[in-house]
Structure formats: structure tokens, C-alpha cells
Design a protein around this ligand. Structure first.
Ligand code: CA
Length: 240
């Protein structure tokens, strides 16, 4: 099972330990940072599905971290902080944080906020179906976001974690062309190479696994020189 990765940025060892234990027990993979610089580098190298961010860190101010992350990513950021004024909260949200939890908070509330934040990123998709079912279905293809798998005609096509992330990204934006640059940034962060070769290699493997005929793809279309597009319902109406 491929687990959703969460980056926890917190300099208080006790809270860090609590978050790690709670999240691991709930099937998340946890990555830890105790200062801002480490947080920024781990965010770009791991591209987690959600970031829990303490605002009071030894090296960088939490708001500065939000600002820097938002230069390249829409990964949901949940601020966890003892600062409680509405101004603090508004500032963090204005800078692009998605939610705000005031310390101390309980496990149930924490998990609910994380699920909501993750679901929101998956519904910016304009795709109601994804928010309702946590999956995207087109023709015989099903992208199951909850179980992290892709089925074709009912059969699990066994994607690798990277292949699954590529297919998910395209499915979330189904019907829209995603540029190589956008995809490289979303998948591998700002330090990603601008070389499209890695994407092309992954796409060739993905197509072999899920297209009935990889030379004439029906699910994953190439926009030559631009990027890729996941088929949406309109493609299938036209084909019939
Ligand atoms: Ca702190």
C-alpha cells in the first residue's frame, strides 16, 4: 500500500513525537523537520500531500516558509501554532496557508483537518465525481485516489508510486493540458530538472500498462511539445 506523505515542521520535540505517532497510526507516512530550512528542502524533495507547519521556528518565520512554498506549489499547508490572534491567522491564510489549528488540539480534529485539506486539493479539479467518490472514471479506466491504484477494465495495472502520482495529477486536471513544466514542478518540486525525458520515460511505461494500444492512446493524450492531457467524458462521447 502506498501511503500519503505528510511533512511535519515543528521544533518542539514533544509535539513532533505526538504528531508522528498519531499520523503513523493512521496510515500516513511522516517526514519530520525541526527547522525552516530543512522543511523547505524536504517539501521540494518529497512533495508531500500535506504540510503541518509550526509558525515559531528557530531559523525562519513560519510565514516566510508559506511564502516560499507558494512560489512553486499548492500542497495544502495547515498551520499549527500557539499564536491565536485573528491577525496571525489571517496573515498565514493570506499568504496561502489552507487551514489553522491552534495548540493544543486533539487527534480527531487534527485528522479531520488533514482529510479536508487533502480533499480540497483533489476537488479544485472541477471534477465533482472525484470529490464524491475519491476516484476518477473514464471509459474502462478508474483512478482510485483512496486506495492509490489504477484499474483498467477491473484489473489493477500495478503502477509504481511515481507512475501513480503522474496519473493522479493528470486525472485531477482531466480534460486540461498540463505542461511539462507544470507537471515537473508539481511532481518533483522547484529543484526538478527541466528535462522532460524522465516524464516521457514514465509516460511510455504508464501507457504500456493501461492503454489498450499504446500507439493510439485513448486515456493519456500527448500535446506534442507542450505536455499531456487525461481524457475526459467529451473525448469518449466523440469516439462513440
Ligand atoms: Ca515552535
Amino acid at each position: 500500500m502506498i501511503k500519503d506523505k505528510i511533512l511535519v515542521v515543528e521544533d518542539d520535540a514533544g509535539i513532533r513525537k505526538f504528531l508522528q505517532a498519531t499520523l503513523s497510526a493512521n496510515d500516513y507516512q511522516v517526514i519530520l523537520a525541526s527547522d525552516g530550512k530543512t522543511a523547505l528542502s524536504l517539501a521540494s524533495s518529497h512533495c508531500p500531500v500535506c504540510i503541518l507547519l509550526d509558525l515559531g521556528l528557530p531559523d525562519l518565520d513560519g510565514n516566510e516558509i508559506i511564502r516560499q512554498l507558494r512560489l512553486w506549489t499548492t500542497i495544502p499547508i495547515i498551520v499549527i501554532s500557539a499564536r491565536t490572534t485573528e491577525d496571525d491567522k489571517a496573515e498565514a491564510l493570506d499568504l496561502g496557508a489552507d487551514d489553522y489549528l491552534t495548540k493544543p488540539f486533539g487527534t480527531v480534529e487534527l485528522l479531520a483537518r488533514i482529510r479536508t485539506a487533502i480533499r480540497h486539493t483533489r476537488t479544485t479539479a472541477e471534477n465533482q465525481e472525484i470529490s464524491l467518490n475519491d476516484s476518477y472514471t473514464i471509459g474502462g479506466l478508474v483512478v482510485d485516489f483512496r486506495k492509490h491504484r489504477v484499474l483498467v477494465d477491473g484489473r489493477d495495472v500495478n503502477l509504481t508510486p511515481n507512475e501513480f502520482r503522474i496519473v493522479s495529477l493528470l486525472a485531477i486536471h482531466a480534460g486540461r493540458v498540463l505542461t511539462y513544466k507544470f507537471m515537473l514542478h508539481e511532481l518533483w518540486g522547484p529543484t526538478a530538472s527541466s528535462d522532460n525525458k524522465i516524464l516521457r520515460v514514465h509516460m511510455a511505461n504508464i501507457r504500456r500498462k493501461l492503454e489498450p494500444n499504446p500507439d493510439e492512446p485513448v486515456y493519456l493524450h500527448t500535446e506534442t511539445g507542450v505536455g499531456y492531457r487525461m481524457a475526459d467524458h467529451e473525448d469518449f462521447l466523440q469516439n462513440k
